[in-house]
Design a protein around this ligand. Sequence first.
Ligand code: G3H
Length: 494
Amino acid sequence: MPAEFFSAISNQKTPPVYKFFDGKAWKESTSGKTITVHSPIHGETVGELQSVTPGEIDHVMQSALTAQPAWEATPLNKRVSVTHLAADWIRHFEDYLTALLVREIGKTDSEARSEIKRTADLTDYFADEVQSIRGETLDSDNFPGYDKGRIAMVERVAYGAVVAIAPFNYPVNLAASKIVPALLMGNAVVFKPPTQGGISGVHLTRMFEKAGVPAGIISCVTGGGTDVGDYLASHPKVDVITFTGSSDTGAAIARKAGMKPLVFECGGNNPAVVLPDADMNLTAREIIKGGYQYAGQRCTAIKYVLGSQGVLDQLLPVVLTQMGESVKMGDPRSPETKLVGPVISVSAAGQFQQWIDESVKLGAKIVTGGSRKGNYMEPTILTGVTPDMPVVTHEVFGPLVSFISIKSMDEAVTIINDSMFGLQASVFTKDEGTGLTFAKQLNVGTVQINGSPQRGPDHFPFLGVKRSGLGVQGVRYSLEAMSRLKPVVINKPQ
Ligand code: G3H
């Protein structure tokens, strides 16, 4: 069944050459160029992706804009049915997509499977939630100096063409979390998958096509970020860009995009603050999950722990004991591997190694880990870290947690608020009131009390401040972000 369902998207050879989707048909690019996707597990070729040309992108954009008005005019219940069908296909191919994700981005089976299931659930949830999104009417006499007589009917309407750019670490889920709300609100979507993860993105597109999204309304353009991504970012026919990826790429897209709405989820460098009364077992468990899941390649990963020296001395042995049981680096396909598979590339691993080495030169101490073989980085803990060290000033998208000793809670607030990132922070304490008081002082998107940073559940608002993001995502918030208010005012003659 998968072979037949997905037959149109590749040339069926081994390794396959995948086509791009121009909104109507699966095609090979006239560029004649492809990009090879290597598995981070062992480097073997998973497949090739088309490197589309600017002319092909222009054509896709035009098709999107031509088709969009009819899609927006399609009854919502029909858009909802198509979306539920797409969720059904995602669920139907759970095993196939899980295996593909494991190979393409090096997740463990359980991490990959959870991404697929979460995507199907999220897609259904969006389709249910959209039915409660409605406009409102406003009367003029609520405002001083106005009588009755004017009524504003405020509708939510589509923007037009949405560009959705997804990252390698959730190439299915963070693609669907952009594509689905945009489609449901009546937009056409031009989807740009990541290179690593692009094959999964191509498969996802096929499921929306087969679910019945009309011609021109979803397309999938593959190619390098500097070719395709940059061209899309500055394309005059794009109405909205929704993106997840690094802060540097986000800033570059924003510069090119000009005056259009942007919804960005960018880098995080998330702290965990541990108060003296914290439950050390729970705290250690959450730090490990937060720090090492998918080898630390999550924007919501815990990157550093802040506590008094006494607290850190108490916590560290508990973390190390638990790590012995719950963390093991290795081939993500092996049942012995726990949380830490490979990082996405040798060059990324090399960059992290450099930041670790530089931080060690500045006085940080390696408690465990600290080195790598190729792109397999050992789960690492550093102590004696200070906020100015490279492992803290950069977003280390790898399995590293740094321990920073602080003298007071005020110092913790200063360190967190001085960071250029502001995605999430965790506070561990048995006193939720204290946690709440502390949370109010932090300039981050979300504060978690007694839990590791995380995006889910997916109907919660998800946002970052400073270099961590723009706008708000989360089911209802994403639906709102993919539509705009349009008031029509009826002025009754006086
Ligand atoms: O990498 C960024 C993701 O939005 C993180 O999602 O917290 O569910 O792993 P997650």
